[in-house]
Design a protein around this ligand. Structure first.
Ligand code: CP3
Length: 348
């Protein structure tokens, strides 16, 4: 008998998103948006009233509803699971919270080998709410693929070491340069947690995964390759046997795109600062995802669509192209604009 994920695999197989990722012809460029769920949607603000961010991630009905909201509104070609890159840490017992308007805040920052050793490895039993939410979601989504995700070791390490959001990642990089044995232990620990969290999502029915290394752009190529890439590669390799496409994304990664690809990506996510044609030349025989400047939704509509057209045209040179913004939807975004952008991408 077919398991639920097998049935989902079959239903979503010929979606524009998965076809584009495999480099097969599509009748329209598929599109979804990072942070498509969230504060730009009034229906999100309504269901989140009085419920904390992490609590909403751990409540299957709520996570399911929030994930579906942008799919209903925009008819995007993929859903992204509503969760957060620090949720798996919370699930294994790390004392942290997501503070509104600030981001993840960690009560006791990680500084020593003993701090690393105190973090438990993740098992499916830590995240039963994730399995439950994704099981419900794929039943609702039918032919629309669900993207699961996790944080890459460097980006997650930055929150654990700094204790919160950081612009320069100075303490994190000080550990990388000055305490390589602590650094390696920490990144190995996070890699194991992220890989286990991705497996849970795919085994419950996610059709693709995205590894977010949002802050990798803070690194030189040499440091990335030496101290970070092996751990991100370990995460991507650990889910390779599951047979779902792996998207690898970071911000400010113009000098790292080749390495992000080599780390084991099937699709490289590109931020808006790098022309898509430049990115395509660096990633080899892989699909690309991106990369409209998220602020273009505030420009006159014809400027927004003209820039989107340039990106779709540039994407035709890639093995496959999934349209997206170059980073997440900004909270002030007017949903009517994303609706218009989605329709434009679908019909261009
Ligand atoms: O729609 C989606 O994209 C799925 C949901 C999603 C969230 N976080 C929900 C969320 C995803 C994919 C993430 C990933 C994430 N979380 C990243 C990588 C992606 C990126 O943006 O680079 C990072 C760096 C985090 C850490 C984090 N969590 C930050 C920086 C913030 C924002 C802080 C703020 O309030 O401005 C969060 C909180 C968060 N995660 C929100 C959402 C919808 C906002 C909280 C709220 O609505 O109350």
């Amino acid at each position: 008998m077919a398991t639920a994920p097998d049935a989902t695999r079959e239903l979503t197989h010929d979606s524009a998103f998965l076809r584009a990722v495999r480099g097969e012809p599509v009748d329209h460029t598929p599109v979804w948006y990072m942070r498509q769920a969230g504060r730009s949607l009034p229906e999100y603000l309504r269901v989140r009233e009085g419920v904390g961010m992490l609590e909403s991630c751990m409540t299957p009905d709520l996570a399911t509803e929030i994930t579906l909201q942008p799919v209903r509104r925009y008819a995007v070609d993929a859903a992204i699971f509503f969760s957060d890159i620090v949720l798996p840490l919370k699930a294994v017992g790390v004392d942290l919270d997501i503070v509104p308007g600030v981001g993840p805040v960690v009560a006791s920052p990680v500084r020593t080998l003993a701090d690393v050793a105190a973090i438990a490895d993740l098992t499916p039993g830590h995240v039963p709410f994730t399995t439950e939410a994704i099981t419900m979601l794929v039943a609702e989504l039918g032919p629309t693929p669900l993207i699961g995700f996790a944080g890459a070791p460097f980006t997650v390490a930055s929150y654990l070491v700094e204790g919160g959001p950081s612009k320069d990642h100075a303490l994190t990089k000080a550990m990388m340069y000055g305490a390589p044995e602590v650094w390696d232990a920490l990144l190995r620990k996070i890699a194991g947690i992220s890989a286990a969290y991705l497996r849970v999502q795919v085994e419950a029915g996610a059709s693709a995964i995205q590894l977010f290394d949002s802050w990798a752009g803070a690194l030189t190529p040499g440091d990335y390759e030496r101290s970070v890439m092996p751990h991100s590669a370990a995460v991507l390799a650990a889910v390779g046997d599951l047979g779902v496409p792996r998207i690898h994304f970071g911000v400010g990664t113009a000098s790292l795109l080749g390495l992000l690809a080599e780390a084991g990506a099937d699709v490289v996510g590109v931020d808006w600062r790098t022309p898509l044609s430049t990115a395509i030349a660096q990633v080899g025989d892989r699909a690309v995802q991106g990369n409209l400047d998220p602020t273009l939704v505030f420009a006159p509509p014809e400027v927004m669509t003209a820039r989107a057209a340039e990106i779709i045209d540039a994407g035709r040179a890639a093995k496959g192209h999934v349209f997206n913004l170059g980073h997440g939807v900004l909270p002030a975004t007017d949903p009517a604009r994303l609706e218009r952008l989605t329709d434009f991408v679908h019909t261009y």
